[in-house]
Design a protein around this ligand. Structure first.
Ligand code: ZN
Length: 183
């Protein structure tokens, strides 16, 4: 089932997600993970955090190299944690399914080592660079209520926020019948 992806400035995107306990792995959590993968492919995107579908649990899905007609191997990870972060790199034209109509270069760590659990409670570790590294940092940020626009300059962020609010106002006005909008 495709879930609604929350959009900035929804306050739920700012929640800090709670760790998933082993006893919480049940059919509902597996269904959530399946739904998140389905939603990610539908959007389309290469990563999605549970926070983005309004569930404050430390769960992410990632698939960096899927294609419409090819193989799909979503990585479903619980409690992902950055153990090592090294170097600096620029993530070019990063975007986010929760931040519509905006992309920006973002300064991130060049290399990360991430430890996580699978749905079978197996401990897994990944060493990642480039896009994979940026994607891990981006998704784990979501679990802490952080968006990629928090990593760009204040000026650029404020320009985006203003543009986004104007767009939301316009959408609102189009939905409301003329003469009934207040102020
Ligand atoms: Zn995102």
């Amino acid at each position: 089932m495709i879930r609604e992806v929350l959009q900035f400035p929804d306050a739920r995107l700012r929640q800090k997600a709670a760790a998933v306990e082993r006893h919480e792995i049940d059919d509902a959590l597996r269904a959530l993970a399946d739904d998140m993968a389905e939603t990610m492919y539908d959007e389309p995107g290469i990563g999605l955090a549970a926070t983005q579908v309004g569930v404050a649990k430390r769960l992410i899905v990632m698939d960096l190299d899927w294609s419409e007609d090819g193989e799909r191997n979503p990585r479903i990870l619980l409690n992902p944690e950055i153990r090592v972060a090294e170097g600096k790199a620029v993530s070019e034209q990063e975007g986010c399914l929760s931040v519509p109509d905006f992309k920006s270069d973002v300064e991130r760590h060049a290399r990360v080592v991430v430890r996580a659990r699978t749905l079978d409670w197996e401990e897994v570790e990944f060493e990642a660079t480039e896009l994979e590294s940026f994607c891990f940092q981006h998704e784990i940020d979501h679990l802490d209520g952080i968006l990629f626009i928090d990593h760009i300059s204040k000026l650029k962020r404020e320009l985006y926020v203003r543009r986004r609010k104007k767009q939301l106002r316009r959408d609102q006005e189009e939905r409301e019948p003329a003469g009934h909008a207040d102020g």
